[in-house]
Design a protein around this ligand. Sequence first.
Ligand SMILES: *Cc1c(COP(=O)(O)O)cnc(C)c1O
Length: 385
Amino acid sequence: MSRKSNKAETRCIHAGNTVDQATGAVMPPIYTSSTFENAAFGEPREYVYSRGANPTRHALERCVAELESGVRGFAYGSGMAATAAVLDLLPANSHVVVPNELYGGTFRLLEDIRAHSAGIQTTFVDFSDPANVAAACRENTALVWFESPTNPLLSVIDIAAIAKVAHDNGALAGVDNTFATPLNQRPLELGCDIVMHSTTKYIGGHSDVIGGICAVASEDLAERLAGVSAITGGIAGPFDAYLALRGIKTLALRMERHQSNALAIATWLEKHPRVQRAIYPGLHSHPQHELAKRQMDTGFGAVVSFEIDGGREQVAAFMNQLEYFAIAEGLGGVESLVGHPYTMSHSRVPEDRKAELGLTDNLIRLSVGIEHVDDLIADLEQAFS
Ligand SMILES: *Cc1c(COP(=O)(O)O)cnc(C)c1O
């Protein structure tokens, strides 16, 4: 197909030309074969062995690469495997700069695993001012890695400004774009080298698959990451790749509802007498609302955080009282979820560090689903009372 729409809805369906070339199947089959017959001695076909490349996985990779304006994509068995593959691009004893507020798994990958196995040194700084990132860079800084919006406090980071700082210091710039989705925000267009998603979240969208994907901005990086992925082998299986690709087909539709629900709920929470503070990048009261509007072009995602008036006891009573919002880790599925970051996703973060971040015991995080917004608001209301 030669036409390339710039409309999210169309791109979700057609990006990557995922029609199966061998059969014309409009949805690519789940190619389970581990290996592929050579045409003859010394004449391998396009696919050789599924660790290196598999047609179903390749369809997903082409699709996400195009949605993210990258040259190539690489799909993994989880978001964490995707991030681990990125770290495998770095020489041993490299230095990495990340924000104070970082996905917990990434924190542990850097501090517990790669610090030990690869001598990776990590500096944590406040990314709200790019000068802090510049000041943290050293001779051996090889990667600046961050998320925007952050989890669970939903700070918005200036992606273009940070990418420039990384490049000025000879480092790669990479963004975990899971919360924003490729529809709202495309870091490669803003100057980054690598973008990563946990496809477990909005891309898969139905809470039925664990997966991850990276897209890269240059052929050189694509070659290097292809080499890493084929050898370390943390690749997505064909069935999981199929589920993620199936999810993308409805991503634009789902995000529309996710985001209109999230904005309505955040606006409602902000006025509720039992809410001390509502946090959502789409609210005018959000400190980086203007940046979010500039950087996120179709919406602000569907994670909403708020502080309830009260302590742990009030949090527990509220969460237990909810009927539609399930108490669970995770986000991005069609069903609404509620979490308590202090004791759930961030339970391993030391208390003084949580205090520094402003992550309080009365903070509740909602992953707003695509149910009818009236039902969700009624559920929140009855749980408050
Ligand atoms: C869930 C998540 C990850 C990790 O992805 P998995 O698929 O669970 O391995 C990384 N970053 C962010 C922002 C996430 O939400």
